[in-house]
Design a protein around this ligand. Sequence first.
Ligand SMILES: Nc1ncnc2c1ncn2[C@@H]1O[C@H](COP(=O)(O)OP(=O)(O)OP(=O)(O)O)[C@@H](O)[C@H]1O
Ligand SMILES: [Mg+2]
Length: 498
Amino acid sequence: MSIQKDQLIMKGISKTFPGVKALDEVSFEIISGEVHSLIGQNGAGKSTLMGILNGITKPDDGQILFNNKVVKIDDPKDAFNLNLSIVHQEFALCNNLTVAENIYLGDEPHNKSGFVNYKKMHLDAKILLESINVNLSTNKIVGNLNTSQWQIIEICKALAKKPKFIVMDEPTASLDEKQIDNLFEIINTLKNNGIGIIYISHKLKEIIHISDRITVLKDGKINDSFLKNEVNEEGLIKSMIGKNISIKNNNQNIINFQKPILKINNYSYSNTFKKIRMDLYEGEILGLSGLLGSGANELLRCIFGIIKQDNGQLSLNDKVVTINKPRDAIVNGIGYIPSDRKNEGLIQNNSIKDNSVLTIFNKLTKMGFFKFNAAAKTTNNYVKKLDIKASNIDSFVMNLSGGNQQKVVIAKWLVKNCKILLFDEPTRGIDIAAKTQIWKLISEFTNEGGSVIVVSNEIPELIINCNRIITMQKGLISNTFNHEDFNEQKISLNISSK
Ligand SMILES: Nc1ncnc2c1ncn2[C@@H]1O[C@H](COP(=O)(O)OP(=O)(O)OP(=O)(O)O)[C@@H](O)[C@H]1O
Ligand SMILES: [Mg+2]
């Protein structure tokens, strides 16, 4: 006996935002037990389409059919009633609540007297986390966790609703290799249980690996649809962008490894990293790579003064400098592009212009007057340089697609003329064309004498662009690779937990 498969169809969906036609008669379907991927450049309309499926965004036109019957999805509750869950691209967690409280928020188990049954809630959360091989205490306060852990909690939130269909909008953007493998196992289990998965990612290798079908959106329209094994990475890039493209090395600097511009000596912080010694040279792109818990992201935050080291010294051009807070780092010419752009990187309900010139606000103010024209000129310059897709520079950043928001964060620091830039996962959620642009900008910055530390788990990208790569494991430096010794396998081995 064959099992009845459910089918969800979006038909002729259109949506226009002021100044942007985000979707133009898009049709898309998902069937139980398949992974149907949706790909496209930043701003192509992927999240908007999923917002419509989840009842967050109202379409101007089009229909949604469940098993050939038209259904109305006017709000997320309607989507929930159709057993549809979504793992959103941007995190929506309550920082002051625990892991378990976040997973079951709005759907808490109650006891007979009507009170929240915390014991059951924590037990259910524990079972759920264990079922997907995640070792995380359900009592932890979410605000104290990192972006990968937030991503896992978002996935758990969606799974807790026991969905028939699940949308994953860039679920692996903040996950390391090991966690991605883990997620793929979860996806395979879900598939075998008859759950249909809509999968969105800019990581094309993943897309090829996990998808049964792949649909390409381009400028709000369906451009192509492929079955598994019908297409390779180049084919997908060509369909998304219209031409072949690959990340190239633009970093031509010959580094003088005699005099470091930044020197870290014996840096330790809590249980997170220990006795770190590291040098950064003028014109250098230094890659820093490690899995969750390696301490790499925290080390960057410490250099910028967001967290304060317990021990150790930092020197700039041989002079010891005290960095107690981000202001101290900025005054000393250090900028930081965080991985959590939504909360740390941008003021969401401000314009692209206001965000871009935030770091040079004083410079643009003369005798109490703000130089609007200069601000607009600078912003337009970076919008063009970074190819930021928006109707104009006065658009609020919260209305930009995820990838375009990331570009605004980068613009904000590039305008500042820092000497050192610290990038935490700069190409997270960025399409291949924009990745090449961002690496080009990083190289240009170093070609002009700036120095960069990039924390990233995208080892192939680091190999192409960095002068040296330092690997970290469990809070310690495990190895340093010079350019001539770069080897993807060896680097991977040096970051994996043995
Ligand atoms: N609320 C909104 N108001 C105005 N414009 C919007 C709004 N939401 C999305 N847009 C615009 O619609 C277009 C599609 O955005 P969407 O977020 O769907 O892209 P995406 O394919 O998910 O991109 P990314 O890969 O960067 O996440 C973009 O040009 C975006 O700026
Ligand atoms: Mg998106």
